[in-house]
Write a protein that binds this ligand. Structure first.
Ligand code: GLY
Length: 577
């Protein structure tokens, strides 16, 4: 595998087509819950896949109106902030990877940042122990949000010319008119009611109501609509300044949060050099730090590339053992070396050097698992219970591709709703290493590279990725799932590239995951893996309900777009034409 850094500054302008958004008004909002969700389809020209039918509809609406893939992704992101409040967001952050039809690539970082008042020991007690929970819940867990700056930057640098306000119209409709919640959303809102009450009991918020939520209930978000209107009018300033900013600051003060107006003023999305590496005749374009996703994905691919995975066979003990050992080593490097490269000298060239990765595999044994526990103690009980984050993939009719993953961290983030502004704030501070070697929610440990520092971005696992095959656009994909994102993306690609699966087969196939610590192979319920053989090799198996929710679009041999959501999430939906 070879690796190069490419920097792409601006996409060539795409011809602006007059936009008459009112022609494309979505008939689904407020009209019932018959979303007729479609989880896979083949489209001729353009496609969107998101975690909610109304967000996919928003993306398609913009594509139909002449917007490009970036415009569609921005519209879908704002729509998700309304219809998928557990992860779609204004109060969080994310990453966007772009590949133009001309083959240029770009990466946009709108990850949250630690407030200026944050300190390395802010989650430790007087004895230096991590105080459980405060990096995950409530006002102190909130990083400075990046999403609105990210969407404005994406639109300005990579959009087709359609106005930013126009991209907000679907989200505004859904917020103002309301939308019917799905069964999955009703269940989640009921599950998290006690958490919402903890931080929002005195607020007039539609997320708290006496009765149980039911499928098809109408969720109208007037405060959120007003916030979106301010963003429509003033762009990012409608969020980081003026009334929305005042409401964020008042919310922070009410709960001893750290974010100040200076933090909001100083937030800017960053254009980064995408990571680019090759696997056989495929080229992988993915996210650099502060994501660990691109580095770890490329390390795992490099580590397995020289082995005959296809001959070993899908789900064979040989293939699984090899992949697990490659993952173990990549996640060990993640813990030690990865963090925000604006603050820490991440040794990217070394980590992605094929010689280095091969060297890491030099102690690989085909007949026994390598122990992980010689350096740090992982907590085997810390396996993720909930799934968070959300991913969107888009390809437009011109062949531009976008892969965008966004998050509040855990479901509904910190659970804090900004009073009067109607959106949840993230709990992304938990993605920092609160103390070297102490695992975060996802069981991930970290060190100096990912320690808390004012203005620093916390390390992420989000892995928005675009893949070329023989120089042509082949696939755009990504996933939610915290630490399991990287391995979910890896497995879907390998299922196609090595195990000859169609995209629906590759996404539906049961997944497994290893992250060095805790030293277990996480497997999905009813895994077809040969767990007896894996145990004989020395692996401990830890069943988990599900791993990742991959959303991908693949260009088929006849040039069509195989567009697939994850059957693990009933709300995943594809749209296109
Ligand atoms: N909050 C999950 C991630 O960024 O990896």
């Amino acid at each position: 595998m070879t690796y190069t850094n490419l920097h792409f500054q601006y996409l060539a302008g795409i011809i602006f087509t007059a936009l008459i958004l009112t022609q494309f008004g979505c008939q689904k909002a407020a009209s019932g819950v018959d979303y007729a969700t479609q989880q896979q389809a083949v489209f001729d020209s353009a496609a969107v896949v998101t975690a909610h039918p109304l967000a996919s509809e928003a993306g398609k609406e913009i594509l139909r109106a002449g917007g490009n893939a970036v415009d569609a992704a921005v519209a879908a992101q704002f729509a998700l902030a309304v219809v998928c409040p557990r992860a779609g967001n204004l109060g969080g952050g994310g990453f966007m990877v772009i590949r133009t039809a001309a083959g240029e690539s770009a990466a946009l970082d709108y990850r949250e940042k630690a407030p200026a008042a944050a300190t390395a020991d802010m989650y430790l007690d007087s004895l230096g122990n991590v105080i459980d929970g405060i990096s995950r819940d409530g006002h102190l867990s909130v990083g400075v949000p990046g999403t609105v700056a990210g969407m404005a930057t994406a639109h300005r640098h990579y959009g087709s010319g359609i106005s930013f306000g126009d991209l907000l119209q679907p989200a505004l409709r859904y917020a103002r008119q309301g939308f019917r919640i799905t069964a999955a959303e009703a269940e989640r809102l009921n599950t998290y009611k006690e958490d919402f009450l903890k931080y929002n009991a005195e607020k007039n918020t539609p997320f708290l109501k006496k009765a149980e939520w039911k499928t098809g209930d109408l969720l109208v978000q007037k405060d959120l609509a007003a916030t979106l209107e301010r963003i429509e009018k003033s762009g990012a300033a409608g969020f980081y300044q003026g009334k929305t900013a005042d409401l964020i600051l008042a919310e922070m003060q009410s709960g001893n949060g750290l974010i100040t107006q200076a933090d909001l003023d100083n937030y800017a999305a960053k254009q980064r050099k995408p990571l680019i590496g090759d696997y056989k005749n495929y080229r992988i374009i993915s996210m650099p730090p502060p994501s660990s996703g691109g580095v770890a994905l490329m390390q795992i691919l490099e580590a397995v590339e020289d082995y005959p995975l296809a001959d070993y066979g899908f789900n064979s003990a040989e293939a699984t053992h090899l992949i697990v050992e490659a993952e173990r080593r990549a996640y060990a490097d993640r813990a030690e070396f990865l963090g925000d490269s604006d603050f820490y000298p991440v040794p990217l060239d070394t980590l992605l050097d094929p010689e280095y990765v091969r060297g890491r595999m030099s102690d690989f044994s085909a007949t026994r698992a390598t122990p992980s526990d010689s350096i740090l103690a992982g907590n085997k009980n810390l396996l993720p219970e909930s799934f968070e984050t959300t991913h969107t993939s888009v390809i437009d009719a011109a062949g531009n591709a976008v892969s965008v993953t966004t998050t509040l961290n855990l479901n509904y983030g910190s659970k804090v709703i900004v009073n009067g502004a109607g959106f949840f704030l993230n709990d992304e501070m938990d993605d920092f290493s609160a103390k070297p070697g102490v695992p975060n929610y996802f069981g991930l440990v970290g060190a100096e590279a990912n320690k808390i520092e004012p203005g620093k971005r916390m390390l992420s696992s989000m892995t928005p990725t675009i893949i070329e095959k023989d120089g042509e656009l082949f696939m755009t994909l990504g996933s939610p799932g915290g630490s399991t994102i990287i391995t979910s993306v890896f497995q879907v690609f390998i299922n196609v590239a090595e195990f000859d699966m169609t995209l629906p087969e590759a996404i539906a196939a049961k997944r497994f995951h290893h992250q060095w610590l805790p030293n277990v192979v996480m497997t999905e319920t009813d895994t077809p893996l040969d767990t007896v053989a894996l145990k004989q090799l020395g692996h401990e198996i830890a069943p988990n309900k599900r791993l990742g929710l991959v959303k991908a679009i693949m260009v088929t041999e006849d040039g069509k777009l195989s567009t697939v959501g994850d059957p693990r999430n009933p709300d995943d939906d594809v749209s296109g034409f």
